[in-house]
Design a protein around this ligand. Structure first.
Ligand code: SF4
Length: 275
């Protein structure tokens, strides 16, 4: 068995208070059984506050978000009260692991970092090329090499990204993404604004190539259910939308993070684009 990860994986550091789009806001926070048991027994004021924040439903334990949709443990300075008072080892699994994701491909494992995290988008865009490292041997390779080592055959032409966005493609993009379930009220407004985006001429295609490959990397495990044609069409939709958005207002890292949180964290939304 081999474990492969993007070569920037070990460089990930949470930006904590410096993060503008904290993952401690706006997301439902599930608490694993072990952590919930620890929190329910904890003495003192922190234990009392944790018990007030915890609730259980048919799917398990969760933290009740505040009226502003913030984690109740997120302090005004942007730092986590649990880490401050008990240390990182007291975090529940989801908070300890985020933004990491893991995929199993046959005997091998892929580790990755999700693009809804602004620290990860900055890391990805800061790389001259997307490379992957084997944890066991230290070998590095590009995306095509990774696929070969995993025993996955894909025609080379499908792995090349070149934006070709005309008026018909813009209409297709807006209608496909409008059919996904909106993460919040801003998403439909953001899509509507793209109706007046100038048709783009991509300037830095290597950055979009890297993003396109990373979008495919995140969905590799779906190759058990989907043909590569569908996966490639999915990654093109997401990358084309990003290119169009950048033509309206250049902010590749911000738009990429936004597309990721809207699409990649909802299997239903990914499936709607895969069909
Ligand atoms: S989004 Fe990323 S950088 Fe920001 S608080 Fe979450 S893990 Fe840290």
């Amino acid at each position: 068995m081999s474990i492969w990860y993007p070569s920037f994986y070990p460089a990930f550091r949470c930006k904590a208070a410096a993060c503008r789009h904290s993952c401690c806001r706006g997301w439902e926070i599930d608490v694993d059984e072990g952590s919930a048991a620890l929190y329910r027994e904890l003495p003192g004021k922190l234990g009392e506050d944790l018990r007030a924040a915890l609730f259980e439903d048919g799917e398990g334990w969760h933290f009740r978000l505040t009226a502003e949709e913030r984690c109740p443990l997120l302090q005004p300075d942007g730092l986590c009260r649990l880490i401050r008072e008990l240390g990182e080892e007291a975090l529940c699994d989801i908070c300890a692991l985020h933004p990491r994701f893991f995929q199993e491909i046959g005997e091998d494992e892929l580790w990755g970092l999700g693009l809804s995290c602004e620290a990860v988008t900055e890391l990805l865009l800061g790389q001259p090329m997307l490379r992957f490292t084997c944890r066991e041997t230290g070998e590095t390779t590009g995306f095509e090499g990774l696929l070969r080592r995993l025993g996955i055959k894909v025609p080379q032409a499908l792995l090349r990204y070149a934006p070709r966005i005309d008026e018909a493609r813009r209409r297709e993009l807006l209608s496909r993404f409008a059919a996904t379930e909106a993460i919040d009220d801003d998403w439909p407004r953001e899509l509507a604004a793209l109706e007046r985006a100038p048709l783009p001429e991509a300037k830095d295609e290597s950055a979009y190539q890297r993003i396109y490959e990373y979008m495919l990397f995140r969905q590799i495990e779906r190759t058990e259910e989907w043909e590569w044609d569908s996966l490639v069409a999915y990654a093109r939709l997401c990358t084309d939308l990003l290119v169009l958005w950048d033509a309206l207002e250049p902010d590749t890292a911000g738009h990429l993070r936004r597309i990721s949180e809207q699409i990649e964290y909802s299997t239903e939304n990914v499936d709607r684009l895969l069909h």
